[in-house]
Design a protein around this ligand. Structure first.
Ligand code: ZN
Ligand code: ZN
Length: 276
């Protein structure tokens, strides 16, 4: 096993261990990447990221390293005024000392901050499927009930008429025959209306079922569409974050660049550069 050589990171001053045959080295303190140069006098590190605008690397630093060196945690005590009521019920102002912790980041650090993670509100799925217009189902059930009642009534009339005819055998009065015929026509009419009611009811129920299935299919389609759209936005952001994690900043030109791409953008256009 080759002996490790201790070096100091040219970007942050952190201690680094490098194996003698390494060619690239990423500082575990600041994330800057360096080329390992093997020279007669020993090993030296050279910052690897060259700015495409000035062609140099002496002023370029990894953006993640800039952020961590440009932000600091502040903590201490601060005075807070508070209005309280005293024993006599009068308002009095008192001053308390309260501890605070704040993360302070420089203007440059704020300008180089990573793109915000997309936020999604509650989706269609969380609202659930609410079918519209359940009216035809109710009307259909009603039509079947009315139709069934009419069928039962017509069956009663038929049985009553038959028993009347059977009971009056031997004495065939003209009136009875006439009434039987009228009764029979009325019974047939009731039967037909009842049957039509049931048919209409079945038709309405089937149609409402179809309508509901169509609405459900449409709802599921829109849910899938929304999920796909949100995944697209999320993965676009993840790609931008990947680029941001590779991003370097050149202080000479106030620009950012991804090493190896030979393109750069001013810090004000950083988001567009990351999302391109
Ligand atoms: Zn470093
Ligand atoms: Zn530059």
């Amino acid at each position: 096993m080759p002996d490790l050589i201790s070096l100091v990171c040219p970007s942050c001053g952190g201690k680094l261990q490098v194996s003698p045959n390494a060619t690239m080295l990423t500082c575990q303190h600041c994330g800057n990447e360096h080329l390992v140069k093997h020279e007669a006098g020993g090993i030296t590190l050279e910052a690897y990221a060259r700015c495409p605008q000035c062609g140099r690397n002496d002023k370029s630093e990894k953006v993640t390293a800039v952020i961590s060196s440009q932000s600091q945690e502040m903590s201490g005590m601060e005075q807070k005024n508070e209005v309280v009521l005293d024993m006599q019920g009068r308002q009095r102002m008192i001053t308390n000392s309260v501890p605070f912790t704040r993360k302070q980041i420089s203007i440059l650090g704020q300008r180089l901050a990573p793109p915000d993670e997309p936020q999604f509100g509650p989706g269609l799925q969380s609202r659930g499927f609410i079918p519209a217009g359940g009216g035809s189902l109710t009307v259909g059930i009603l039509a079947i009930v009315v139709g069934a009642v009419l069928l039962i009534v017509s069956a009663c009339f038929l049985l009553g008429g038959i028993s009347l005819l059977v009971g009056s055998s031997g004495y065939q009065a003209q009136d009875t025959v006439t009434m039987s015929v009228i009764g029979l026509i009325g019974t047939i009419f009731l039967f037909l209306v009842g049957a039509a009611g049931i048919a209409l009811g079945i038709f309405l129920i089937v149609r409402s079922g179809k309508n509901k299935r169509a609405q459900l299919a449409e709802y599921q389609r829109r849910v899938q569409e929304e999920i796909a759209e949100r995944q697209r936005i999320q993965s676009t952001w993840e790609r931008a974050m990947e680029r941001w994690n590779q991003l370097y900043y050149c202080a000479r030109d106030d620009c950012v660049f991804v090493p190896g791409e030979n393109t750069s953008a001013s810090t004000s256009k950083m988001k567009e550069y990351l999302y391109k």
